[in-house]
Design a protein around this ligand. Structure first.
Ligand code: GCU
Length: 715
C-alpha cells in the first residue's frame, strides 16, 4: 500500500511566535498541519499493523497505485476532488469525513475525504481503527459527523487525578505531581517547562484526536488566577500551538473575582467594581480575553465555578448566576468566545435537600420572560455545565432534572472520566455503560398541554435536537496524568476512549466501544476479546453493588473519596454519609417523594410519579427516592434487608471472578501489563470486601437482623 496525502504541509497552523521545541531525546515530533498529522498517523499505524514500512507521497499530480490510501480535502487534493462525491461531502460539516473504497480499472484504493484537514485526520483515525480491530476495509462507504459540536475535557490538574507518576502512583488530592502538562515549573525542572514540548503532550494530543475530543480546559475548576498572568498565557499559547494540528482548542477555568487579584496590578478592580452589569467588570474581562486571544487566536473561552464549594461568585455581591454569567459572556461575545458556567451549586439556605438546590437556583432564570419577548435570561454564548446527576458523580445517580427542565439555555453535560468516586486508579471500572445509561434515559418531557414529546432522551437534550439549540457541548473531567500509561490503571484508558466515542456519537453501544478498545489495546483473539469485554461490561454494576447498592448515595469517607465511612458525620451535613443514608430502625434511604423533600417534583410528570412511589421506582434507584423499610418486598421476593446484603456480596464476587479470570489470561497477554493489572485486581478485591463489610456491619446496627446465609445460587 501507499499513503498519498497531497499538499500535506500547505496550511500550517502553528503561529511560530514561540520557540516550540521538543524535549531532548524525544520520540515524538511536532507537526504543523492536521494533514501532516494524518500522514504520520497512517505511516506509523500501517507500519505497525502491517509490519513493514509504507511509502508515503505528498506530491500533487500522480497516479494512484493499487491499494493506496488517499487522504485530504477538496482544497488540498486533486484526488479527493476527483474521487469523493462533493454532494455527500457537503453533508459532513466541518469535522466529519467520508471513507470510500474506489475502483478505477484494475486499481482499488481508499479515499478518506473531508471538508477540513481536521475532518481528514478524524477519518484517518477511524480508518486505522477499522484495521486495528480487524474489520473489513474493502467496500467502504462510511459517512460520519459528530452529533455534539464541543467535545471537551476539563483538566483538573491539581485535584482528583489518579494518573500520576509519583511514588504512590497517584495524583490524588495533591495531583501536582501527576500533572500532564508542566506549567511554570521552577528550579531544576524549569527546562521541562512549556514551551518545551514533552513527548507525552503529543501522545495526549494524538490520543484525544483519535477519539474526536476537540477542546481542553486547563486549570482546575477551583481556579488559580496564575493562569491569567502573562507568563502563564505565554505557556498556554505554546501548548495551544502544539495541540492545534490535532484539532484541540484551549480554554481556561477562571475565578469570578480574578479582577481583584493583586497579581494583575495595576489592572485590578476593587470588590465594589465587580458589578456584572458595570463597564469596569466587563471591560476587565474583555481586556483579559483579548490578551489571551492575541496569543491564542482560537482560544474558546472560560469555565467558571461560582458560588460553589467556597468559590466566589456573583451572589457574594448581590447578583444571581444569570447576572454573573451574562456579565462575563458579554465581555467575550465580541471575541466569539463562550462561557461554561457550572451549575454544581448546593447552598444549604436554598433547600434542606441538596439535590433540589441547583434547579431552584437556575430554573427560574431559564424561565424568565425577557423584554424582547423571548424567554430565558442566559446569553447565547453561555453554556450551563451540569453534572449527569444531581449530587456529585456518584457511581449511579438518577439523571439531573436540569436536562429537560431547562429549555431556553445551552446546556453542556459534564461527566467524570477521572474515577474520583469509582475506584480511582485501583478499581477496574468501565464507565461506558454508565454514560450510555445516562444518555439514553428518557426525560419524559411534556409540552404545554401535558402531551409527551418524542425523542427526549438526555442525549437528545445534549445534542441540541430536542430543544433546537444550535451550539452543543459535552465535557469530561479528564483522567490524564504523567503516568507512563497516562491514566494510572491500564483499564482507565478505556474510559477516556469511551468518553470520546460517546461524545462523537452518543447512540453508540458501550459494549461495541469496549470491544474496539480491547482489540486495539490487548488482543484480537476472539476468545480473549470476549473475556476482557465481559469483565469490563459488568465492572461498573459490580462497583455500584459493593459500594452503594440500590441507590444509597455517597457513603465515602471525607476527602479522598475512596474508602467507605457510612457512620461519618461532619460539620457540613450534606457532605456526610449519614445525611444520605438516614439509617434508622425503620429502614434506609432518603425520602425525596412527596412525603419527603419532594425532589421528585422536579422531574416531568411521568417520572415524578414513577420515582415518587416506592412501588414503581426502579430498584437500582430506590434509596435515592425513598426511606426503604427493612422489610420492603423486592421484585424477586426477598425482603429489602436481604437483597441489600446480597447486592454487596454479589459485587465482591464479581471482583473475585475478574481477578480469577484475569489470572487465566496470563499466557495470552504481555507480561508487564498483565502483572500491573493483576496487582490492581488483588487490591481491588480487598477494598471491595472492605466496602461490603463496613457497610453491612453498620446497617446491621439499625436493621437488627441476621446476615442472611447464602442458601442457593445468587440471582
Ligand atoms: C467534587 C470534587 C471536588 C471538585 C467538585 C467540583 O466535589 O470532590 O474536588 O472540585 O466536585 O466539581 O467542582
Amino acid at each position: 500500500t501507499t499513503v498519498i496525502v497531497q499538499n500535506a504541509g500547505k496550511n500550517p497552523v502553528h503561529r511560530h511566535t514561540r520557540d516550540l521545541r521538543m524535549e531532548p531525546g524525544s520520540r515524538e515530533h511536532l507537526v504543523a498541519t492536521s494533514l501532516e498529522a494524518a500522514k504520520d498517523e497512517l505511516a506509523r499505524g500501517l507500519e505497525g499493523l502491517l509490519g513493514r514500512e509504507v511509502p508515503v507521497s505528498t506530491k500533487p499530480g500522480q497516479r494512484v497505485p493499487d491499494g493506496a490510501v488517499v487522504v485530504g480535502t477538496p482544497e488540498t487534493s486533486q484526488l479527493v476532488r476527483r474521487h469523493a462525491p462533493s454532494e455527500e461531502l457537503r453533508t459532513v460539516g466541518d469535522e466529519g469525513y467520508l471513507i470510500r473504497s474506489v475502483s478505477r480499472g484494475r486499481h482499488d484504493f481508499t479515499v478518506i475525504a473531508a471538508n477540513t484537514e481536521i475532518g481528514a485526520l478524524y477519518g484517518t483515525f477511524a480508518f486505522l481503527r477499522r484495521m486495528q480491530t480487524q474489520q473489513p476495509i474493502t467496500g467502504l462507504d462510511v459517512t460520519e459527523k459528530p452529533r455534539i459540536a464541543n467535545r471537551h475535557l476539563n483538566y483538573w490538574e491539581t485535584e482528583r487525578l489518579y494518573a500520576g507518576n509519583d511514588a504512590t502512583g497517584t495524583g490524588g488530592l495533591n495531583g501536582e505531581n501527576g500533572a500532564v502538562f508542566n506549567f511554570a515549573a521552577t528550579g531544576e525542572s524549569a527546562d521541562r517547562n512549556l514551551p518545551v514540548i514533552l513527548d507525552r503532550y503529543l501522545v495526549v494530543a494524538r490520543a484525544l484526536a483519535s477519539v474526536g475530543v476537540n477542546g481542553i480546559t486547563i486549570n482546575n475548576v477551583n481556579a488559580d488566577n496564575a493562569y491569567l498572568t502573562r507568563e502563564y498565557v505565554e505557556q498556554t499559547a505554546a501548548l495551544a500551538d502544539a495541540l492545534r494540528p490535532y484539532g484541540i482548542r484551549v480554554a481556561l477555568s477562571v475565578k469570578y473575582t480574578a479582577p481583584t487579584d493583586e497579581r494583575f496590578a495595576p489592572d485590578t478592580l476593587t470588590e465594589d467594581q465587580l458589578d456584572p452589569y458595570g463597564a469596569e467588570f466587563r471591560d476587565w474581562w474583555h481586556r483579559k480575553a483579548e490578551h489571551i486571544r492575541d496569543a491564542i487566536p482560537d482560544f474558546t473561552g472560560f469555565t467558571v465555578k461560582a458560588n460553589s464549594e467556597g468559590q466566589p461568585g456573583p451572589q457574594d455581591f448581590g447578583y444571581d448566576h444569570g447576572d454573573g454569567a451574562n456579565g462575563i459572556a458579554a465581555a467575550l461575545a465580541p471575541l466569539g468566545m463562550t462561557v461554561y458556567w457550572r451549575t454544581f451549586v448546593y447552598n444549604a439556605d436554598v433547600d434542606d435537600d441538596r439535590l433540589k438546590r441547583a434547579y431552584l437556583e437556575f430554573g427560574h432564570i431559564d424561565d424568565e420572560p425577557q423584554d424582547d419577548g423571548s424567554t430565558g435570561r442566559f446569553a447565547d454564548n453561555v453554556f450551563l455545565q451540569t453534572k449527569n446527576g444531581p449530587l456529585d458523580f456518584q457511581a449511579r445517580e438518577p439523571f439531573n432534572p436540569m436536562f429537560g427542565r431547562l429549555e431556553n439555555t445551552n446546556q453542556a453535560l459534564e461527566l467524570q472520566i477521572t474515577q474520583e468516586y469509582t475506584g480511582q486508579n485501583t478499581m477496574l471500572c468501565y464507565l461506558g455503560p454508565m454514560w450510555q445509561e445516562v444518555l439514553r434515559t428518557d426525560t419524559y418531557t411534556t409540552d404545554e398541554h401535558g402531551e409527551l414529546l418524542d425523542d427526549r432522551l438526555v442525549g437528545h437534550i445534549v445534542d441540541g435536537t430536542a430543544q433546537g439549540h444550535p451550539d452543543t457541548a459535552i465535557v469530561g473531567v479528564a483522567n490524564l496524568g504523567n503516568a507512563d500509561n497516562l491514566t494510572g490503571h491500564h483499564f482507565s484508558q478505556a474510559n477516556l476512549f469511551a468518553f470520546g466515542r460517546l461524545a462523537w456519537d452518543w447512540t453508540l453501544d458501550s459494549e461495541r466501544i469496549a470491544t474496539d478498545w480491547v482489540r486495539m489495546t490487548w488482543s484480537n483473539d476472539d476468545r480473549i476479546v470476549d473475556t476482557i469485554v465481559r469483565m469490563m461490561m459488568g465492572s461498573w454494576e459490580a462497583l455500584v453493588s459493593y459500594q452503594t447498592p440500590l441507590g444509597v448515595a455517597h457513603q465515602f469517607a471525607d476527602g479522598e473519596h475512596y474508602e467507605p465511612y457510612p457512620s461519618q458525620w461532619f460539620m457540613k451535613d450534606d457532605w456526610s454519609p449519614v445525611y444520605y443514608n438516614k439509617a434508622d430502625s425503620a429502614g434506609l434511604g432518603y425520602d425525596r417523594s412527596p412525603t419527603g423533600s419532594d425532589f421528585t417534583a422536579q422531574y416531568f410528570p411521568t417520572l415524578a410519579e414513577r420515582y415518587g412511589d416506592i412501588e414503581s421506582t426502579p430498584e437500582n434507584l430506590l434509596m435515592w427516592f425513598h426511606h426503604v423499610p427493612w422489610d420492603h418486598r423486592m421484585d424477586n421476593g426477598r425482603i429489602f434487608w436481604e437483597e441489600l446484603v446480597y447486592r454487596y456480596q454479589m459485587g465482591v464476587q464479581y471482583v473475585t471472578w475478574m481477578r480469577e479470570t484475569w489470572d487465566s489470561l496470563k499466557p495470552s497477554l504481555d507480561a508487564r501489563r498483565w502483572a500491573e493489572v493483576r496487582d490492581k485486581l488483588v487490591q481491588h478485591e480487598i477494598d471491595a470486601a472492605d466496602w461490603r463489610d463496613t457497610n453491612v456491619e453498620y446497617w446491621q446496627e439499625f436493621s437488627g437482623r441476621e446476615i442472611p446465609v447464602d442458601d442457593g445460587p445468587l440471582s
